[in-house]
Design a protein around this ligand. Structure first.
Ligand code: SAH
Length: 339
């Protein structure tokens, strides 16, 4: 069966004309789908005959909210969404001064193997479809009762390892007849799948690319991020440069500070040297504890020292707001119970 949300707008139009429908139906049906209807019956301006015809060959996918946590500390909402096949994924909605930002997942599990990351512990189960990626935005927005204005692909999974569905999703979520979120309000985070960075650059969408760097040299990165065995830092930065040049977007790097592994003053100096001239912004993230791993974060003082060193050496660095502790622990537990 076909999930109509897996189609891009033009493909939906083609599909509908093949079914003997007029082209303008595409606009109506696309809008309904992206408004979050749960059945064809809700498409009130579409004839019963058409709805019945569509129902025989396709369906409208949905996501069930299996658990929802609202932080008492800052209102951040964490959803555990259940997919039609029973697998679960997480999405998080955060409130910033410019509006609501959603952090979404791109895969069930992940095969990238970053040592400090909980999502990769059980390996990759499967890719999310374009419709499933989009549904996180649709149903979180519906539940929040408020427009979501920004998207970051920083949840479970490696977006560039599910390239085709992610690009399909990007086109759809940006479409003016759908949710219509501007590309400039969308960020994709990658651990550095270099060939796909070049491919994404060719799409020439002005989305922000953020690189999970986490190390100032290959020696450290090899130890904590297996992807570095395939693509060394030099190759990665070269691809980033091409991306920035093609899309005219500033680059951003994530750097999780792991105590005793990558957070010394020497590491900061080396990182600054590496990123000099790239006009990059560095997001420092105190590493979140994962039960199965023994990585620890440094003290607030250590983190500030690292940040100050970068700033002193001309690299723009901020410390990212941590996922509030009262809800982050809960989801890790559920994920483990599922596996
Ligand atoms: N696969 C993509 C996106 C998902 S992870 C990527 O690697 O970028 C989103 C970010 O959280 C990445 O920078 C990732 O390295 C980081 N991250 C994962 N586990 C973490 C942990 N335990 N503490 C801090 N950051 C973590």
């Amino acid at each position: 069966m076909i999930d109509l949300k897996d189609f891009e707008y033009d493909e939906l139009m083609e599909f509908l004309t093949e079914q003997g429908e007029k082209k303008f139906r595409a606009e109506q049906i696309f809008s309904w789908l992206h408004k979050g209807i749960r059945s064809y019956e809700e498409m009130t301006n579409i004839s019963k005959a058409t709805r019945e015809k569509l129902e025989k060959i396709s369906y409208v996918s949905t996501l069930k909210i299996r658990e929802k946590y609202v932080s008492k500390l800052d209102g951040t909402v964490k959803y555990l969404f259940e997919l039609p096949d029973g697998n679960c994924i997480e999405s998080v909605v955060m409130r910033y001064h410019h509006g609501l930002t959603i952090c979404i997942s791109s895969q069930v599990g992940c095969c990238m193997g970053c040592r400090f990351c909980a999502s990769t512990i059980g390996g990759l189960y499967r890719n999310l479809t374009a419709g499933e990626i989009l549904n996180q935005v649709i149903f979180a927005q519906e539940d929040m009762g408020e427009r979501i204005s920004n998207i970051v692909m920083m949840g479970i999974g490696e977006p560039l390892d599910n390239y085709e569905n992610v690009v399909r999703f990007l086109h759809n979520v940006n479409h003016e007849k759908g949710i219509n979120i501007g590309y400039r309000h969308i960020t994709i985070s990658t651990c550095g799948v270099v060939p796909k960075i070049y491919e994404l650059a060719k799409e020439n969408l002005p989305i922000t690319l953020t690189i999970s760097l986490h190390a100032p040299n290959n020696e450290i990165r090899d130890k904590i991020m297996p992807v570095n065995h395939a693509y060394k830092i030099e190759e990665l930065l070269k691809a980033c440069g091409v991306y920035a040049e093609t899309t005219n977007r500033r680059l951003s790097f994530e750097y999780s500070l792991i105590h005793g592994v990558n957070d010394s003053e020497e590491n900061a100096v080396e990182l600054a040297k590496l990123l000099r001239g790239l006009h990059a912004h560095v997001n420092l993230i105190p590493v979140n504890r994962v039960e199965e791993r023994d990585f620890r974060k440094g003290s607030a003082g250590d983190i500030r020292k690292f940040q100050n060193k970068l700033t002193e050496l001309g690299i723009n660095a901020t410390v990212r707001r941590e996922l509030v502790s009262d809800i982050s622990a809960k989801c890790l537990k559920i994920r483990k119970n599922k596996s």
